[in-house]
Each structure stands twice: as structure tokens, then as C-alpha cells.
Design a protein. Structure first.
Length: 166
């Protein structure tokens, strides 16, 4: 858990030094990434809002994920998390957004998307009004029960974001 604490601290320091804000768009982690980011005192200086969008309708309505993307690729896909991250970034007028969508289990998995499959997107914009947005995506396959998959997804989100930013 020490790496987890270090990632939060490094992320907070980087956000504060640059005057940036961060937001999250979460599905399978159900607010876990937001909770981890805001566990540090003073997080209101860089964290204003978050989106927990479990249903496809919420992904569409709150984050602007295209119905075509959801119908074609599904909620657990690179295309969907990229749109989730970009939508959250714009909606929150933030500099950084993390999006997470996956299959935590114990059911819901398929042959092509087994339980433990989690897609991540990191949208970054350091320009005013989000005119230039860079999106990084990543797929992970985690082992363990529902709680383990969700915890690993939260930890991966923070560690990966620190890697991207630093």
C-alpha cells in the first residue's frame, strides 16, 4: 500500500504545482478512484467533481459517450473509456480526467472480456478550454474477487497517472 500512498502524494504535488484540476469518470470502481484522490487533506484545491456512471445511459447522458460507441464496442472498451475521459474532462473543465470501466465480477465476463478486464483512459489538457486533449488508454487483466479487481484498478489508475504526468 506504500506505493499507493506515494502515488497519491506525487499526484497531489504535481497538480498543486501546476495549478491543475482533476476529475474522474468511473464505472466498475464506483467512485473508488475519486475517494483515493480525495483521501488527502487539501484535495479540494485540485478536485472539484466526479462522475460515477454505471449504466450506459449515464455514460451517454452525463459524459456524452456516443450511443453508437456503446452499442458497437460495449461499456468495457477502449473506445468507451476514451469518450468517458474526454467527456468528464470537458464537463468538469479539468486538466486531467481518469476514466475506468471494467468487469469486476463475479459474473458478467465473456470469452473476449473475462472477469477482471478493466479499461482505463487518461485525458490530459493543459490548455485553456480543453482545446488540445491527449488521451492515453490501457487495458489490464486483474486476478481476484470483485473487491480485489476494484482495488487493483484504483491503484493502477493512480500509479499510471503519475507515470504519465511525471
Amino acid at each position: 500500500m506504500n506505493g499507493f500512498t506515494n502515488a497519491r502524494r506525487l499526484l497531489a504535488e504535481h497538480l498543486l504545482e501546476n495549478g491543475w484540476t482533476i476529475t474522474t469518470a468511473e464505472s466498475c470502481t464506483a467512485g473508488g478512484v475519486s475517494s483515493a484522490i480525495t483521501d488527502l487533506a487539501g484535495s479540494s484545491a485540485y478536485f472539484n467533481e466526479a462522475y460515477v456512471t454505471y449504466s450506459n445511459e449515464a455514460k451517454h447522458r452525463l459524459l456524452g459517450v456516443s450511443r453508437n460507441t456503446l452499442d458497437t464496442y460495449g461499456a468495457v472498451s477502449e473506445e468507451t473509456v476514451a469518450e468517458m475521459a474526454t467527456g468528464a474532462l470537458k464537463a468538469a473543465d479539468a486538466n486531467i480526467a481518469i476514466a475506468v470501466s471494467g468487469i469486476a465480477g463475479p459474473g458478467g465476463g465473456t470469452e473476449s472480456k473475462p472477469v477482471g478486464t478493466v479499461w482505463f483512459a487518461f485525458a490530459v489538457s493543459v490548455t485553456k478550454n480543453n482545446k488540445e486533449i491527449t488521451v492515453y488508454t490501457h487495458r489490464q487483466q486483474f486476478d481476484g474477487d470483485r473487491l480485489a479487481v476494484r482495488n487493483k484498478a484504483v491503484q493502477f489508475s493512480l500509479n499510471q497517472l503519475v507515470t504519465i504526468l511525471l
